[in-house]
Design a protein around this ligand. Sequence first.
Ligand code: EPZ
Length: 422
Amino acid sequence: MDKLLIRGGRELRGTVQISGAKNAALPQMCAALLTTERVTLLNVPRLRDIATMRQLLDNMGVKTQTHGERGGLTLCAANPISPEAPYELVKTMRASVLALGPLLARFGEATVSLPGGCAIGSRPVDQHIKGLQAMGADITVEHGYMIARLAAGQTRLRGARITTDMVTVTGTENLMMAATLAQGETILENAAQEPEIPDLADMLIKMGARIEGHGTSRIRIQGVEKLHGCEHQVVADRIEAGTFLCATAATGGDVYLKHGRADHLEAVIEKLRDAGATVTAVQDGIRIQSSGRLQAQSFRTTEYPGFPTDMQAQFMALNCVSSGTAKVTETIFENRFMHVNELVRLGAKIQIDGKVSVVEGVEKLSGATLMATDLRASAGLVIAGLMASGDTLVDRIYHLDRGYDQMEAKLQAIGADIERVK
Ligand code: EPZ
């Protein structure tokens, strides 16, 4: 099992190239199921979840092919396709549920394993099911699988007005994809506004879909008869960029994030500026300069454009050594403080009280052996290791590999003393 060995205390200086967004590429790969024609995605990040999604689509009969330099991935879902997503693949990646909407829209049937929970929470998909049922799907759950069919007498999904009980990112994506081929108009109220949603909509529009309002809480889709192929560049990963911003703020230094989108990270950048870092939007990227001890910042995670839950662990790590006390409130997931006990092993002073963690900044953290528990928690532990004195060994970094494209190589290139050990 791979580990990361980090010798902390070094500043970060130089340029990091931000990869395409995992959480944009995953639904866009599923969107290829909506057409028989070839779809080409560019700037696809090289990481585990992308490989898992490829395996899932290959398993259905989709032809996929990577092509070299620009992170190119071509997908072709010409017939025949078996509309199934088996448990052994779905259990490792919840985003597999994103196949459900496209399969139903194109083939009128789908058998997709329920994702099961994961480390950060139960992660139900009841809103995905509710929305598809409103569009005329019969969905039953048997032996851990969602068995979806069109209701008797229906040859296509039909447009509907759907208000999800809460804002759901993949729920919005699933329903938006399904609606592109439905009969009539679909209106998604309470839609998620994360940048990955407009990026998916932009791709679907290139395929011939008719979508308005993407990026707002109300998305309108007019169904069409069929969609054609397209080429689309995946938007830059705002969470990878945010992670490197927090790392540089924590260690001190001067880093340019090439391709980073400051307009997708306003809530995080505002908190970093309040903490005392200098963050500027520059030509095709973001620059961060930071030196000395920062001021601790309280924050609460909310849906976009609020502070992203996927940045909570990373900014908490920064708060551990900032001056003052900060309250970190996690409102999206019920169990997303597992990095706290690991940070305490480095000497951090953190008290958890339900949805709130109170972080009292200390002068210095000291290196220790840590265990990663989930994707973004492991990013927080890496940041803590980069600023702790002495050696930090982060175990179970397969969690990190799910969502970060060559993180240690990118960190080494800007001065970090970090290496992958078996
Ligand atoms: C997406 O997960 C992201 N994953 C997550 O990133 C991210 O943390 C999350 O959105 C929130 O921003 C992908 O895009 C692949 P939700 P998703 O549906 O869509 C509840 C990472 O690190 N809910 O927006 O699964 C749910 O339990 C991952 O890359 C229901 O109750 O999250 C949660 O409390 C981790 N029923 C809240 O809504 C449903 O049917 C938001 O979940 C759907 C969601």
